[in-house]
Design a protein around this ligand. Sequence first.
Ligand SMILES: *[C@@H]1O[C@H](CO)[C@@H](O)[C@H](O)[C@H]1NC(C)=O
Ligand SMILES: *[C@@H]1O[C@H](CO)[C@@H](O)[C@H](O)[C@H]1NC(C)=O
Ligand SMILES: *[C@@H]1O[C@H](CO)[C@@H](O)[C@H](O)[C@H]1NC(C)=O
Length: 352
Amino acid sequence: MASWRTSTSIASLLGLLSFLLLHCSTTSTAIRVSTIIRNPSPMKLPIFREAPAFRNGDSCGSEEAYRIHIAMTLDANYLRGTMAAVLSMLQHSTCPENLSFHFLCAHSDSELVSSIKSTFPYLNFTIYRFDSNRVRGKISKSIRQALDQPLNYARIYLADILPADVKRVIYLDSDLVVVDDVGKLWGVDMEDNVLAAPEYCHANFTLYFNDAFWSDPVLSKTFQGRNPCYFNTGVMVVDVEKWRRGGYTKKVEQWMAFQKQKRIYHLGSLPPFLLVLAGNIKAVNHRWNQHGLGGDNFEGKCRNLHPGPISLLHWSGKGKPWLRLDSRKPCVVDHLWAPYDLYRSSRHFLED
Ligand SMILES: *[C@@H]1O[C@H](CO)[C@@H](O)[C@H](O)[C@H]1NC(C)=O
Ligand SMILES: *[C@@H]1O[C@H](CO)[C@@H](O)[C@H](O)[C@H]1NC(C)=O
Ligand SMILES: *[C@@H]1O[C@H](CO)[C@@H](O)[C@H](O)[C@H]1NC(C)=O
């Protein structure tokens, strides 16, 4: 855009400088500066309230030092969801100070960094730039454009991106809230598995792949010797070392490359995960992913909760609670998300 106001560019430069001081890696500063100035952030980020400082209780002790590592993507479009998810985890943790967040973002966007910093001044977090070139040319068009964003594929590269001292990580989508101590999910006994997640063996697994897949004599044997079940890739515990040692990134990428040659599924990053891991994961209690609350691909369709206790609510699907609340047409379940919303609307400004 031509109208690039001086005040904005000065603010951006100051933001950029602090970003570089805080987070600069070894790459050339000059390149980063020119990139950011030529591609100014196209949208104004929303303003959020500051979250309180959540402190460890005495029971957190110091006998066995460990941190709980949480990885999420960071994207201006989902920022409100990310903020709510982080708040929900801090609020329900027995040892909130032991949470370390690892945010993967597509651009080195200093505004996103300062937004997290000002909303959670006490948060232990690191930002990683996910280079979308890594998946360029590997993404096949799916049924929903939102699924085709390169950042959606970043979860495949967690083991490469995270520092070596991170042995286990919980990967979470940005459209969810955790209403239980996330430490319980962290503590899952993974036995020999590389991945743990709730799995759904009643879902019709056939539907995740097309006829070209099932009618091919070789391809259809992919799941031979396993009992493959659907799992949602928005909530996963990953043994990062096992993932690295087993070369799982390459395995998932190979299926993505295959899909480019011969279309065998319609969804985005889920099917290649299923191809590699379905039937070989540690099943976690369903309470850790009440998924589908966003409804399906039809606008305005609300979903109810599944029966049973709930530790995590997930608005997977097309509808997002913050959009439906703003449009004043919320689903009943959206009121469960609202208490974690840190968005400071103009109305709240006046009430303050
Ligand atoms: C939480 O972190 C602190 C500081 O790193 C550590 O001393 C303590 O042992 C941890 N608590 C638990 C329960 O791991
Ligand atoms: C933040 O977490 C890292 C590990 O991810 C740890 O080394 C560091 O000490 C933590 N910082 C604080 C202030 O707790
Ligand atoms: C699963 O879906 C396939 C394809 O639509 C269908 O042929 C099959 O009967 C279904 N299986 C079950 C158990 O419903």
